[in-house]
Write a protein that binds this ligand. Sequence first.
Ligand code: GTR
Length: 324
Amino acid sequence: MLRFTPSRLAVAVLATLLVPVAQAAELRSADIHPDDYPTVTAVRYMADLVKERTGGKTTIKVFAGSALGSENDSLEQVKLGALAMARVSSAAMHNICQTTRVPSLPFLFKSTDHLHRVLDSEVGEEILRSCEKAGFVGLAWYDSGARSMYTRNKPVQTLADVKGLKIRVQQSDLSVAMVEAMGGNATPMSMGEVYTSLKTGLVDAAENNFPSYESAHHYEVAKFYSLTEHTMTPEILVYSKRQWDKLSAEDQKIIRTAAKESVPFMRKQWAERETKSRQTVEKGGAQVVQPDKATFQAAMQPVYARFVTTPEMKSLVERIQAMP
Ligand code: GTR
């Protein structure tokens, strides 16, 4: 009679099937910016912390330079759970998770310090948490400075100069409303289309911070940068709720903590990059103009009436305005 004697190999195979082995996971994160941009270096910094703290078990690979598509494409993938993370402008979340509109409201923050205090406070956390029901775990806010208007043909010195200009804006109702309140014709499109649109004259103007104006080469085709500083829309790092719910509590904690720890790193990089980018664009021929900001601010007031409508939004705005 044949007797089955398990070989050593069979025992080993059986053991691996029965003993739960910690699975190595490579998470993917998307960013439209190039490798050296502070949002990208910050997520890579976070990735190093996660790798170290999980003993190499969990790694995060950052796909920079729009390798995974536009911000809207990435958010769709994150929502479906096909992509773990995306670093996007919070404007890309405006129509998905309405409270993210709050920190983009025009002329809301008194200073960069005020912005940091708000984003680091319970208000910032509340807004991040509010996106979970839409399928996004908000991990952190990153800096994005202030956005200002830049034009191809003539500098914007006063509000009257904006009238009738075709201006590219981010794909958000609030971004459209802000430019319309200034008297411009808003043309929403993704960041990847802006350079060509400015170059060919499809639009007359766009608006962004110095680092994006520089790294996307917009300054080469729209030379007048007017310091309207009308919004301080921050960047946001979101994680797929679908994927999040599959993580162990320990991994969730490691990822959350590492994301938070990447914030001071990012802020330092950001401050340096803002200065450097301004120098680069000025050397490259851009003219920086100081407009009459008060008229811009006054023109934006109707935007509050239209977008700050729910008790939740009103309370967030009041708490921000009351913060030193
Ligand atoms: C940049 C931001 C990007 C992108 C871009 C835009 O400041 O970092 O994520 O949203 O603006 O204007 O589309």
